[in-house]
Design a protein around this ligand. Structure first.
Ligand SMILES: [Zn+2]
Length: 361
């Protein structure tokens, strides 16, 4: 994963693609995004998360920062996020949401803030994961490094809870989970019974930071996007059983990189996404069972992956045209989703230059 040679190829491609996109538009190719769109960039942080939302006004929200890199000169994930910020026209990240303190989410933060300034940091409150938990030492290190950044910068810091709205003007962000809690009452779009609860398998709580993930419902116009971070399988019934408190979604950022420790049939059937995006790597996430669950959901129109899941057969990967990174040298390609004011959603794969439009429903 820490293939430095691969990183430099990835960044070079990103920068090259920024140029290609401009050239393509000039040649009459359809631009991926237009004026008035909410743009969402799924940065390839190799099985971590980093998702950039940019409103038509330029107001921005980044969800998570990928992993740290021992290469402090050109750190892989921070550099990829900074490159995507640049091509998106983001010179300052207005809001940086940290869903939880695992290193694939908060780890890239110190290296990122050295490249792109941040206006406000948002999180679920203090870390309570100890060194006795598997991976706990790196969680503590990531949290401590984040606290140092908070102390060193003059940026605002906000702790939020289920039921809160983030102070973002251009799109609505409602917190539905955080620090182990979930919303008590259904959202306006929720409240339906969820028959999938009866047949959905049960899994044990994991007792770590994943369960404390900040989960968010992002609304732009009538378009609804669900991002629950790495919220675990055992926590999902609190949101969707026996009543679906969340309602249905246009876009589902597949929980926990598509690992089979999240994304139960109870959740996915309830939220019934039209479009799902999995931030997996070649070897992490996008479990075959997760793919089956998403593909089997009732309203699915498009499944997108950041990488081919190399341990899966073709039936347990989406179509190659919907994958940002194929097996082989690490290209670091992102995916871009644009929500147009009309409600049409476009997903662009910069690897191929192709865009798929999903008409308003
Ligand atoms: Zn993760």
């Amino acid at each position: 994963m820490r293939n430095l040679k691969g990183w430099s190829v990835g960044l070079a491609m990103l920068l090259a693609m920024a140029g290609v996109a401009k050239t393509g538009a000039a040649q009459g190719a359809k631009p991926a995004a237009g004026k008035g769109d909410l743009r969402v960039y799924f940065v390839d942080v190799e099985g971590g998360q980093s998702t950039l939302f940019v409103a038509p006004s330029g107001e921005s929200m980044l969800v998570d920062t990928g992993s740290p890199d021992r290469n402090t000169v050109t750190p892989r994930d921070a550099s990829r996020i900074a490159a995507v910020c640049k091509l998106a026209g983001v010179t300052k990240i207005d809001n940086l949401v940290i869903t939880h303190y695992h290193s694939d989410h908060v780890g890239g933060l110190p290296q990122l803030v050295a490249l792109v300034p941040v206006g406000r940091f948002i999180d679920h409150g203090p870390n309570t994961e100890g060194a006795e938990v598997q991976g706990g030492a790196s969680t503590i290190a990531g949290y401590d490094a984040y606290q140092k950044v908070l102390a060193d910068t003059k940026a605002d810091h906000l702790t939020v809870h289920p039921g809160d709205f983030l102070p973002i003007k251009a799109f609505k962000v409602e917190v539905v989970s955080g620090n182990g809690d979930v919303i008590a009452k259904p959202l306006a779009a929720g409240g339906q019974p969820n028959p999938a609860c009866d047949t959905s398998p049960k899994k044990d709580p994991e007792g770590d930071e994943n369960e404390r993930s900040l989960g968010m419902v992002i609304t732009f116009g009538k378009t609804r996007i669900l991002d629950l971070g790495d919220l675990t399988w055992a926590k999902e019934p609190g949101l969707v059983c026996p009543v679906n408190k969340l309602g249905k979604f246009d876009v589902y950022v597949a929980s926990h990189h598509g690992l089979d420790r999240s994304g139960s049939p109870a959740l996915v059937d309830a939220v019934a996404p039209r479009i799902a995006v999995i931030d997996n790597s070649g070897r992490k996430g996008a479990a075959a069972t997760t793919i089956d669950t998403i593909k089997g959901s009732s309203r699915l129109e498009g499944l997108w992956q950041l990488h081919t899941a190399e341990g899966n057969d073709a039936a347990h990967n989406t179509d190659e045209s919907h994958i940002a990174n194929l097996p082989g040298p690490d290209a670091g390609n992102y995916l871009e989703l644009a929500v147009h004011p009309s409600g049409v959603i476009s997903v662009t794969n910069p690897r191929t230059g192709n865009t798929v439009d999903y008409p308003t429903k």
